[in-house]
Every structure is written in structure tokens, then in C-alpha cells.
Design a protein around this ligand. Structure first.
Ligand code: HEC
Ligand code: HEC
Ligand code: HEC
Length: 338
């Protein structure tokens, strides 16, 4: 009996030892990747990049700062960059003010690149950059269009190149943005846009006067650059439209739209008197024939979004998504033209 107990104990011990050694081997393997990455960063990367310290002017640096590298890049892009498979980002070299040109960027083997990318993701996070700060899961093509307008109206194009009809356009001062959608995380861009000086002070950077929505448009737009067939959200194909209810829509119309368009859509609400052009006479328009996406944009983003009067308000911030679906259903079942 005793010998049996002893041998069972022995078998158990052997099993525990085996399990422990598998675990410690796994632990040892990743510790060694991490150690190898730390060594590469220290011995190679730190010759040019900083991985700690306060933000500083680029005119005192040799290469972009890496303190936030763990949250700035998309992993696939970071791997390609580290393996030397991406083109340079700064058309005139990182330091356009210096005659010295950037030497070819060191390229790592794919296993070293992976180890370094892991190491950056683990160690160089930035608490200012919040995960999912910007939700682009409902980003529409119209919003991207507003972002593209901002890109030109706020002189982004003066300093950062993008691609138009296969050609690079814009001032080649700072980083190129034509493949921004493959490179950055939206969260980092969103935080950067809030105040570039928190990252690249005294470097020739520029702070645009953007509202929260404006920041969404420009960052969302950047995230489409370089992505073939970017998948935009199409509200008129959403679950809200599937369960749209014209009676609920009628109530919204009465409260908000009748002020100008009149209770019956005759264009005779009290607001009409002071407006030129006059509010559309829905009762005479075949809204039933108008595409849902058009009606959605006109109501959500206002008359100005489709080249009509800005007196037709943009209701995007006023209503929840279900109201738009209900309203548009109401417009389409009620107004059939004459
Ligand atoms: C000899 C100097 C030098 C060394 C060494 C070096 N880099 Fe760079 N790195 C640069 C320069 C210069 C740029 C900007 C080049 C450009 O795109 O025009 C850059 C760009 C980058 C970028 C993109 C930066 C951005 O946000 O635009 C990453 C990521 C990067 N390096 C990571 C690394 C890592 C990791 C290492 C170590 C394996 C490393 N670099 C080693 C000089 C260097
Ligand atoms: C007057 C020139 C100028 C204008 C205008 C400008 N930028 Fe920049 N931008 C810079 C400079 C300089 C930097 C710092 C990076 C560097 O070049 O070292 C920078 C940095 C950036 C970065 C971060 C780059 C990186 O990878 O670290 C983004 C993204 C960016 N700008 C987007 C924009 C957008 C969007 C606009 C328009 C709202 C804009 N910029 C307008 C000069 C400009
Ligand atoms: C402050 C007045 C005002 C309010 C309130 C208003 N509209 Fe309008 N709306 C206008 C004006 C003005 C036009 C005509 C624009 C033009 O022709 O340039 C218009 C035009 C329209 C059109 C026609 C667009 C086209 O292609 O001709 C639709 C559809 C519409 N409004 C829907 C609505 C809905 C739905 C509401 C309520 C959520 C609403 N409007 C509330 C002023 C208003």
C-alpha cells in the first residue's frame, strides 16, 4: 500500500515538474523576446529616437519621438515599417532645415520587428490617448466629405501631402498623409488634433480651430486615406430604418419641421414669412421618390450639405438615430407630389 502511495506521489510530482517547466519555458521565451527587443531599442533605435522625456521641438531631434509609439501606429503598418517595407514619411527628410539627409532606415528581421512592436505596445503607451475616444463605426461618406473640405480650408494641404488622381498634392513640409488610414490609430490622431503642441511643440505644427464634430470629420477622413473601398456606415441601411415608424415620425415633424414647413407641409409655418428661399412645400414634392440617402443627408446635415439654403437646419445633434429613420419614413409615405 505504502509503495503504491509513494509511486502515485512520484508520478504527480513528475507531472507538476513537467507542467512547471513548460510554463517557465513559455515565460522564458517571451521574456527573452522582450529582452531582445529592449536591447535592440537601446542599442539601435535610441541612437536616433527618444523613448522618454518631455515633448521637444523637432529642431532639437534627429527622428520622431517614440514615447507614444505603443498607441500611435496600427500594428501591421508598424511591422512593415520596421522591416523596411514602407516608403519614407518626410519628403524633405525629417529635418528639412538640415543639409544632412536621413540615412536609410534600419530594417529588422520579421521576428525582431514583431518583438520590437510588442515591446513598444507594452511599454510606450500614453495615458492621454484614450482607447475608443473616437468611434468611427458610424462614419459616413458625407462626413468624410466634410473632413476633405477641412483638409483644404484649414491649410492641412499646405504642409502635408495627399494623393489626388494618383498624384501627390500639397506642400511637402511635414509627414505625408496619403496612407494615414493604414498608419495611425484613430485614438492617437484624435488626441493629437486636440493640441499638436502636446506632442510636437515648436516644430512648425499648427492648431486648427475645430469643433468636436470638426475633429471627428478630419480624423475620420484621414483614417480613410490609403484604404481601398473604405466601408462607410450607411444609416439608411441600419436597424433604425428597418423598424421605422411613420406615426412617430409625424410627431417629430409636428414639433420641429412645421415651424417652417407647416403642419401639412404646405410651406406655411410661421418661419416661412422671413425666409428666402422659402421652405420647401413638401405637399407638392414627390418625397416618396427621393432616395433615402438624399433625404437623410438633407435632414441630418442640413440644406448647406447638398448646396441648398443654410436656413434648412442640420438636425444631426438634435435627434437620436431612430427619429431620423421615423421622420424619413413619414416624409416618404406622406408626400407623394401632385
Ligand atoms: C539612424 C537613425 C535612426 C535609427 C537608428 C532608427 N530610426 Fe526610426 N526613424 C528615423 C528617421 C529619420 C525617421 C523619419 C523618416 C521618414 O520617414 O522620413 C524614422 C521613423 C521611424 C518611425 C515612424 C515615425 C513616425 O511616427 O512618423 C518609426 C515607428 C521608427 N522610426 C521606429 C524605429 C525603431 C523601432 C528603431 C529601432 C529598431 C528605429 N526607428 C531606428 C531614424 C532612425
Ligand atoms: C504650417 C504647416 C502645417 C499645417 C498647416 C498643418 N500641419 Fe500638421 N504638422 C506640421 C508639423 C511641422 C508637424 C510636426 C511633425 C513634424 O513635421 O515633425 C505636424 C504634425 C502633424 C501630424 C502628426 C504627424 C506624426 O506622424 O507625428 C498630423 C497627423 C498632422 N500634422 C495633421 C494635420 C492636419 C489634419 C492639418 C490641418 C488641420 C495640419 N496637420 C496642418 C505642419 C503643419
Ligand atoms: C428654420 C426653418 C426650417 C425648419 C425648422 C425646417 N426646414 Fe426644411 N427647409 C427649409 C428651407 C428654407 C428649405 C428650402 C431650402 C432651399 O430650397 O434651398 C427647406 C427644405 C427642406 C427639404 C427639401 C430639400 C430639397 O431637396 O429641396 C426637406 C426634405 C426638408 N426641408 C425637411 C425638413 C425636415 C424633415 C424638417 C424637420 C426636422 C425641416 N425641414 C425643418 C427650412 C426649414
Amino acid at each position: 500500500m505504502d509503495t503504491l502511495k509513494i509511486s502515485i506521489k512520484r508520478i504527480l510530482c513528475a507531472a507538476v515538474v513537467a507542467a512547471l517547466s513548460i510554463l517557465s519555458f513559455a515565460g522564458f521565451a517571451s521574456a527573452s523576446d522582450e529582452g531582445r527587443a529592449a536591447k535592440i531599442v537601446k542599442e539601435t533605435c535610441e541612437n536616433c529616437h527618444r523613448f522618454s522625456g518631455p515633448p521637444k521641438s523637432k529642431f532639437t531631434l534627429d527622428a520622431p519621438d517614440m514615447m507614444w509609439s505603443g498607441v500611435k501606429y496600427q500594428r501591421d503598418w508598424a511591422l512593415r515599417w520596421l522591416e523596411g517595407k514602407e516608403e519614407a514619411l518626410y519628403p524633405n527628410g525629417y529635418r528639412w532645415d538640415s543639409k544632412k539627409k536621413d540615412s536609410k532606415h534600419p530594417a529588422l528581421s520579421s521576428s525582431d520587428a514583431k518583438a520590437v512592436a510588442d515591446y513598444m505596445e507594452k511599454n510606450f503607451r500614453d495615458p492621454r490617448v484614450q482607447k475608443n475616444a473616437l468611434d468611427l463605426s458610424r462614419f459616413t461618406e458625407m462626413e468624410a466629405g466634410f473632413g476633405a473640405d477641412i483638409y483644404k480650408k484649414y491649410s492641412c494641404i499646405g504642409c502635408h501631402q495627399i494623393m489626388e488622381d494618383g498624384k501627390k498634392v500639397g506642400g511637402p513640409i511635414s509627414v505625408t498623409l496619403y496612407s494615414a488610414g493604414k498608419r495611425y490609430t484613430a485614438d492617437w490622431l484624435y488626441r493629437f488634433a486636440a493640441n499638436p503642441q502636446d506632442f510636437t511643440p515648436h516644430s512648425g505644427e499648427y492648431l486648427a480651430d475645430l469643433s468636436a464634430l470638426g475633429a471627428r470629420y478630419i480624423v475620420g477622413y484621414l483614417m480613410t486615406l490609403g484604404i481601398d473601398g473604405y466601408k462607410y456606415y450607411e444609416p439608411w441601411k441600419s436597424e433604425y430604418f428597418q423598424k421605422a415608424d411613420p406615426e412617430r415620425g409625424a410627431a417629430v415633424y409636428k414639433t420641429y419641421c412645421a415651424q417652417c414647413h407647416g403642419f401639412k407641409g404646405e410651406g406655411d409655418g410661421p418661419g416661412a414669412a422671413g425666409l428666402d428661399p422659402k421652405p420647401a412645400v413638401h405637399a407638392k414634392m414627390p418625397l416618396s421618390e427621393m432616395p433615402e440617402d438624399y433625404l437623410y443627408n438633407v435632414v441630418y446635415h442640413g440644406g448647406k450639405s447638398v448646396g441648398k439654403s443654410p436656413s434648412m437646419p442640420d438636425w444631426g445633434l438634435t435627434f437620436p438615430p431612430q427619429d431620423f429613420a421615423d421622420l424619413i419614413k413619414y416624409l416618404r409615405v406622406t408626400f407623394k407630389g401632385q
